[in-house]
Design a protein around this ligand. Structure first.
Ligand code: MN
Length: 342
């Protein structure tokens, strides 16, 4: 996908600029990998670039080049506000709705900096001066590569940058299993490997990072907290605050657990409900035409992608699950045989 007015952006970036690159709250490998890869591409051209994350990111991303310089807004507000105030260019990566960056949203919205949005999430907010936005893209990292190609920046992508971008693509395609695994994304991956991406190393660093406590949590969740609604092709997992205390659950420990529910044969909708102090956080996954983006938007104050979305509820854990179950019954027909619509 080509960026509209790319020549104009290139012109703006033809002199050294103070740039902030920011990502959505709870950044994943695509968000952080895209940000660090992109930041490095810009740095090599003489720009002063800082990556600001709204909050802390998981340990399994702490190998990415440049991550040690990431400013975490929640923990370093003063520095972050200063950087945002002084920024001439603000790049928003892997999100397109300023709600997704919490308190930083208003700062970015009101900033007079040139805003660049590079993203593949549905229903973008119109806040950016330059957009590289496509829901056809499997990952923001793919769009970063496309932009690099369009801008003639590919030579700035070395092995470290390629690893960051590859991590984004690998994870956002579910290890090249989701329907967003296109010919184009494979072509981008081929180019990244050509630039030095070490696919085996990245896979190991990202996927094989279980702690003993996470494995034990998984064992508990799968045996005690998994509910299968067989006649609806639905499965869900829930986790109470007590469970989290008992297993000393750390940030990131519950990441991906919802996929185990979806991995059951014939299941086409999976959900995970995680109780927190003031709300219930929900992850949704689906296969086929059933859009969890729409489902989460309509009923659970969230959204995301067609087959992977998040939401939240201010009801109790039990009431949230009851609400979900009654919706499942309502959507019985839509949920049936979704596997045939992949
Ligand atoms: Mn992404």
């Amino acid at each position: 996908m080509l960026m509209k007015d790319a020549a104009k952006l290139k012109q703006i970036l033809s002199t050294p600029r103070r740039v902030v690159v920011t990502v959505h709250t709870n950044p994943d490998a695509d968000a952080l990998g895209s940000a660090l890869g992109f930041a490095s591409i810009l740095k090599q051209q003489g720009h002063a670039v800082t990556v600001i994350s709204p909050n802390e990111y998981p340990d399994f991303l702490k190998w990415m080049k440049g991550q040690e310089e990431v400013i975490v807004f929640e923990q370093q507000q003063e520095i972050a506000r200063e950087l945002l105030a002084r920024a001439e260019v603000i790049c928003c990566l892997d999100f397109s709705d300023l709600e997704r960056i919490g308190h930083m949203g208003d700062i970015v919205r009101q900033s007079s900096a040139v805003k660049v949005m590079i993203d593949h999430h549905l229903e973008p907010e119109a806040f950016a001066d330059f957009e590289q936005w496509s829901i056809e893209a499997g990952a923001t990292a793919e769009l970063i590569f496309d932009l690099a190609e369009e801008m003639d920046w590919v030579h700035y992508i070395g092995a470290a940058e390629a690893d960051c971008l590859y991590a984004g693509i690998m994870t956002d395609t579910g290890g090249f299993r989701h329907p967003n695994t296109t010919q184009h994304i494979h072509e981008v991956v081929a180019r990244l490997i050509g630039r030095g991406a070490n696919t085996a190393r990245v896979a190991k660093l990202v996927y094989d990072t279980n702690t003993e406590s996470r494995l034990r949590l998984m064992g508990f969740v799968l045996s005690q907290r998994l509910v299968v609604m067989k006649e609806y092709d639905v499965a869900y997992i829930y986790l109470t605050l007590d469970d989290q205390k008992k297993f000393n659950v750390q940030k990131g420990d519950t990441e991906g657990l919802v996929n185990y529910a979806l991995s059951i044969a014939n299941i086409t909708l999976a959900a995970m409900f995680t109780e927190s102090k003031d709300m219930v956080k929900i992850s949704f996954r689906s296969v086929g035409a059933f859009s969890v983006n729409e489902f989460a938007r309509k009923y659970f104050n969230g959204g995301g992608h067609a087959n992977a979305a998040g939401g939240k509820s201010e009801l109790s854990l039990q009431d949230t699950i009851e609400q979900f179950k009654s919706l499942v019954i309502k959507y019985k027909q839509e949920l049936e045989h979704e596997i045939n619509t992949i």
